[in-house]
Design a protein around this ligand. Sequence first.
Ligand code: P6P
Length: 346
Amino acid sequence: MTANTTFPKMARKNQTLGEFIIENQSEFMYSSGELSKLINAIRLAAKVVNHEVNKAGLVDILGTAGDTNVQGEDQQKLDVLANEKFIQTLKNREIVCGIASEEEDHYISINSQDEKHQNKYVVLIDPLDGSSNIDVNVSVGTIFSIYRRVTPTGTPVTMEDFLQAGNRQVAAGYIIYGTSTMLVYTTGHGVNGFTLNPAIGTFYLSHPNMTFPETGKIYSVNEGNYIHFPQGVKDYIKYCQMEEGDRPYTSRYIGSLVSDFHRNMIKGGIYMYPKSSVAQAGKLRLLYECNPMAFLAEQANGKASDGEGRILDIQPTELHQRVPFFCGSRKMVEKAEEFMRKAGKP
Ligand code: P6P
């Protein structure tokens, strides 16, 4: 899979997501409509979760997880609720044959009620990434990754259907619940961003063909972990801070991958979650955080690396495995890799 060179046939500003999907249907490889229905299912779940996230500030009035609200209703933690909404919406559509989620220890096998259904897609999700930010009213996001199953249709999915390298994804994207709610996704033909008009519940194409600037002046990393980083990462952070040429860069770290990625894609920048002496493989999960974001990054002419090689070429071995993650403007990721190469294996 190479960086996007073909734009969607139809990408008119203010086109609705529904119109966009229909007008670009032919570009969904092999799909006879299921992938479109899948993206539509994600669109619906996004609206439901958006409604819940936006009223989170009222949780003290409405009650919190394990409590009951003023109406005596059980309140759920938002990440549990987001997980349930996405899983239920995807199940109801009879399109997917399996789902994996950060909130579920094991994958969920969805055996079709109708044996005629040859559901051929599996979806992997981080239903509410950065959910700890909700209590302080900071943007959070949902991340999704879609593959065609590799085991025979009509049979229950196996782990093999989920442990596919990221370069086999057919679609990936995120929803960012920020100052506005956006759905940003790719099917391998570039990256397009749709903004929700909450008054009418419609997503409009607001950011056609999003691309990372080739370089930037923002670096995003939790510098509180600095002393634990490998020497090459420390050297790159010091490079970013040095007074020379277009540097020092600006440090911006929200603590929400989707938000940092989204800002860096628009303005130019690099997001890093390196391995460290306290987290040997870093923190981020390969299957439902790094792979989808890496697919988006490459489709937006950016780059995504584990510090040594391409994220999308990693062969997964476990459902919840973690990898170090460096993602964003191509030249910035390449410079970070250069410092790590020079410093050698920690
Ligand atoms: P730390 C949220 O938990 C997350 O997975 C990403 O969204 C975010 O960038 C990162 O972890 C924050 O982790 O260790 O810096 O608080």
